[in-house]
Design a protein around this ligand. Structure first.
Ligand code: TA6
Length: 302
């Protein structure tokens, strides 16, 4: 299965037409094209703003940015010098190797190690590997975080999240099942740490109005659906999920958001963002998501 590298990108192609494009800057998946079981032609499943910077000058507005070691504004002493959402999405990763390449799918590994720019702002040792796997109807992304220290050395404490911009008719989207899950709204505080916990009462969460909610211990399996389209998100080790859409008033103030961009996506972002993963020396943590194209049925998750 062809894997092409050029101009700072890695392109994966599947014999039945699916494809994925990864920018080495930020290890950002820029494109995922796939057909559902009922589609004929592969369709673009991610949203990237027409005003997104793709030259490495700033994190990409769209696709799947990798958020590490902190989500949102830093709240851990080790992260105090870092920008919002950490450094992983604004560093250039290295193409390491092909993990899998057969008729079922193709999988590549990118890596990120401390460099001067990172070490000036984050003093802990780490090794990151990011494995992106494409099959006919699925795309998976796995973030491997290793604490390279010896057993008993300093712990590595972090948050991690896949900031998925799922291409959708935003005002018709429903995300299930989140009913009964505790969540924190950023709308009520400068960030969700200060917000009071609420319990989701809706059977399906919509983003018809400004939405910026962090769902804690959310179950790890979500259906994002709208008339005619849908994506299922299944996760491992990512206990929380963020649902975000700024809508027009806030969206129009985002400098690299194309006009009306907020109408074309919903961010459904699985992560470990309430609290911190604490990794002992020598240990490795893996957070995984598997995105599957569904036929857009608005039913609850299978
Ligand atoms: O994931 C939701 C969120 O934290 C929102 O609060 C909003 O800030 C969004 O991320 C985009 O953040 P960015 O730093 O990419 O502009």
């Amino acid at each position: 299965m062809p894997i092409e590298q050029s101009q700072g990108k890695v392109v994966l192609k599947h014999p039945k037409g699916a494809s994925a494009e990864i920018l080495l800057y930020g290890a950002t998946v820029l494109s995922w094209k796939a057909a559902s079981a009922t589609d004929v032609m592969p369709k673009e499943r991610l949203f990237v703003s027409g005003k997104a910077a793709l030259d490495g000058s700033k994190p990409v507005r769209g696709g799947i940015p990798v958020v590490f070691p902190c989500f949102g504004a830093p709240s851990h002493p080790d992260h105090s010098k870092l920008p919002q959402h950490g450094f992983a999405r604004s560093e250039t990763w290295s193409f390491s190797d092909v993990v899998l390449d057969n008729e079922a799918g193709v999988s590549v590994r990118l890596t990120l190690l401390p460099n001067d720019s990172i070490q000036a702002r984050f003093g802990k040792p780490f090794e990151l590997a990011y494995v992106v796997t494409l099959s006919e109807h699925q795309l998976s992304t796995d973030l491997h975080v290793k604490n390279p220290g010896t057993p008993g050395s300093a712990t590595l404490e972090f948050q991690a999240l896949f900031h998925n911009y799922i291409r959708a008719t935003a005002n018709d989207v429903l995300v299930t099942p989140l009913q009964g899950v505790t969540y924190y709204d950023k709308t009520e505080a400068t960030d969700e740490l200060k917000a009071q916990p609420k319990t989701e009462t809706r059977s399906g969460v919509d983003v018809k109005t400004f939405t910026d909610s962090v769902y804690e211990n959310a179950g790890g399996k979500y259906q994002v659906a709208w008339p005619g389209g849908g994506v299922q998100v299944k996760t491992r080790n990512l206990k929380d999920v963020v649902i975000w859409n700024p809508q027009a008033e806030a969206g129009s103030k985002i400098g690299d958001m194309e006009g009306g961009g907020w109408e074309k996506y919903v961010c459904v972002e699985p992560g470990y963002v309430r609290g911190f993963v604490v990794l002992a020396g020598g240990e490795t943590w893996v957070g995984q998501q598997v995105l599957t194209v569904t036929d857009g049925s608005l039913g609850a998750i299978a």
